[in-house]
Design a protein around this ligand. Structure first.
Ligand SMILES: [Fe+2]
Length: 230
C-alpha cells in the first residue's frame, strides 16, 4: 500500500559558512551582553535576551550584517511556501540571543505574537550534545488513539507517521525557519565544555503600505505605519 503524506509542516534549513572571526566576535559580544547573569533566572533555564533587555540584536553592528543575511533567507522561505513578496510586508519583530550552560533548558513554548520564527546557531557540532531543538506537531492525527505515540510500550511502534517530535542538533552556521505557532523547546546542554549559543528571530507578516486610496486585503493586518495608536 502506498501511504501519502498530507499537509506537511515546513521546516527551512540553510547551512551557512560564517567567517570564524565574525562568529568569534559575536560570541564575545554575547558574553558581554549576558554580563554576570547566567540563567533566566531559574538556574535550570537558559539565559534569553528577550527577558533581559537584549531583543534588538539586529541594531548592533556586530550582528546587523549577519541578521540582514538571515532575513534574506526568510524571504526565500516565504517564496518557497508560495507567498508573493510584492503583496506582503515582512517585519523583523525582535532578535535575541539564547545562551545555555551545561544542564540548562528552554521549556516548551511557542511564539503567539509572531508568524514566522528563525533560529541561527553560532556553535554546535551537529551531535546534539549541547541540546537539540525539539519541535512538536500541532496535532498527531496518525496515532489514531490520542497519546498513543508517546505511550510506553504501547502497541504503536515508532515510525515517521507518528513521530511524537522532531529533534534538530545545533550546528554552527545552521539557520532554521518554521511557523511561529509550532511548540518547541531546547533540551539540556550535556556538554560541560560548550556554552550553547543561538539567535532567535521573530517575524510578522502584514499587508504592504496601502497607497492611493487602495485598501489592504482583509486577511492581512494593515501595514503598522498605517495603524493608529490610541
Ligand atoms: Fe522559542
Amino acid at each position: 500500500m502506498q501511504i501519502e503524506p498530507l499537509f506537511p509542516v515546513a521546516l527551512g534549513r540553510v547551512q551557512l559558512s560564517p567567517d570564524p572571526l565574525d562568529t568569534a566576535l559575536q560570541l564575545q559580544a554575547l558574553h558581554e551582553l549576558r554580563g554576570h547573569a547566567s540563567s533566566n533566572p531559574d538556574p535550570g533555564c537558559a539565559w534569553t535576551g528577550d527577558l533581559n533587555g537584549v531583543w534588538q540584536l539586529q541594531r548592533q553592528p556586530a550582528f546587523a550584517p549577519l541578521i540582514a543575511g538571515l532575513t534574506g533567507h526568510a524571504e526565500a522561505f516565504l517564496q518557497q511556501l508560495g507567498f508573493d513578496l510584492s503583496r506582503v510586508a515582512l517585519h523583523l519583530q525582535r532578535c535575541w540571543p539564547v545562551l545555555s550552560e551545561e544542564g540548562q533548558v528552554v521549556g516548551r513554548h511557542h511564539h503567539p505574537n509572531a508568524h514566522l520564527s528563525a533560529i541561527y546557531y553560532l556553535n554546535g557540532d551537529g551531535s546534539g550534545r549541547s541540546g537539540c531543538l525539539r519541535l512538536w506537531p500541532q496535532r498527531q492525527v496518525n496515532e489514531l488513539v490520542p497519546g498513543m505515540a508517546v505511550g510506553h510500550e504501547g502497541p504503536l511502534a515508532a515510525s515517521p507517521w507518528s513521530a511524537p517530535w522532531l529533534d534538530v542538533a545545533p550546528q554552527a552556521g545552521l539557520l532554521l525557519l518554521f511557523p511561529s505557532c509550532l511548540d518547541h523547546a531546547v533540551l539540556p546542554n550535556e556538554d560541560p565544555d560548550d556554552l550553547r549559543c543561538s539567535l532567535s528571530i521573530d517575524f510578522a507578516l502584514t499587508a504592504p503600505v496601502a497607497r492611493d486610496g487602495s485598501s489592504p486585503p482583509e486577511y492581512l493586518a494593515p501595514h503598522p505605519s498605517q495603524w493608529q495608536e490610541l
